[in-house]
Design a protein around this ligand. Structure first.
Ligand SMILES: Nc1nc2c(ncn2[C@@H]2O[C@H](COP(=O)(O)OP(=O)(O)OP(=O)(O)O)[C@@H](O)[C@H]2O)c(=O)[nH]1
Ligand SMILES: [Zn+2]
Length: 206
């Protein structure tokens, strides 16, 4: 993997991408061009503030590029009396954007792990999902990134991540299949090796 792709996957913007980052005014101008291309007048009152608004919205959609997901899991708790059963945060809502069409992906994540001597605050699992969701994504990659980060940072006995999401590029355009959702999973350690652990986790998905 080249270092720029690696840097993006790890959650920090590579130097090359950061150095070539356009100015806000350039991005607003680009949205004025898109509005003209769509057939409307970016100078009319209803649209005059739209490019600036869209840039602010995109800052929210893509806030994950400014976050290092490994830091989210930095603080751990070790006074757990030897707790070594599964920990599952269920139904974590997320919003992302597909890297092919920039269309919304909306769904839920189930994040589980079996700890090995330390646990993280449960809110951090939701923050981790957001750090990867707020980027241009495909669902398989996002699923793997969440699981891999927990595995690498916490070094637990195992990790399971399941994502169930609706891709608006499929529901509102193109093939137009409004009732579909895509389910992806990544199982590591005991979730991959032990069928009972896997089964226990899968039993918690609705
Ligand atoms: N595997 C995967 N595919 C995705 C995801 N999000 C969107 N896609 C698909 O990415 C594909 C891009 O295909 P292309 O043929 O290059 O694009 P397109 O002509 O717009 O395709 P259509 O959506 O079929 O109209 C489409 O089939 C999308 O449904 C994702 O998270 N994972
Ligand atoms: Zn898409």
């Amino acid at each position: 993997m080249n270092s720029n792709v690696h840097a993006l996957n790890r959650g920090t913007i590579s130097k090359r991408v950061a150095a070539g980052r356009p100015e806000r005014a350039d991005v607003e101008a680009a949205f004025r061009t898109i509005i003209r291309w769509a057939g409307d007048d970016p100078e009319r009152p209803g649209l005059i503030e739209t490019p600036a608004r869209v840039v602010r919205a995109f800052e929210e959609y893509f806030a994950g590029y400014g976050q290092d997901p490994t830091l989210i899991l930095e603080k751990t708790f070790e006074e757990i009396e030897g707790y070594d059963e599964m920990i599952v945060l269920r139904g974590i809502r997320f919003e992302s954007h597909c890297e092919h069409h920039l269309a919304p992906i909306t769904g839920k994540a189930w994040v589980a792990y079996v700890p090995s001597g330390r646990v993280v605050g449960i809110s951090k699992l939701a923050r981790l999902v957001d750090a990867y969701a707020k980027r241009l994504q495909i669902q398989e990659k996002m699923t793997a990134q969440i699981a891999n980060t927990i595995d690498e940072v916490l070094k637990p006995q195992g990790v399971g991540v399941i994502l169930k999401a609706t891709h608006h590029c499929m529901t509102t355009r193109g093939v137009h299949r409004p009732d579909t959702d895509l389910v992806t999973s990544r199982m590591l350690g005991c979730f991959r090796d032990n069928p009972l652990t896997r089964q226990e986790f899968l039993g918690m998905i609705d």
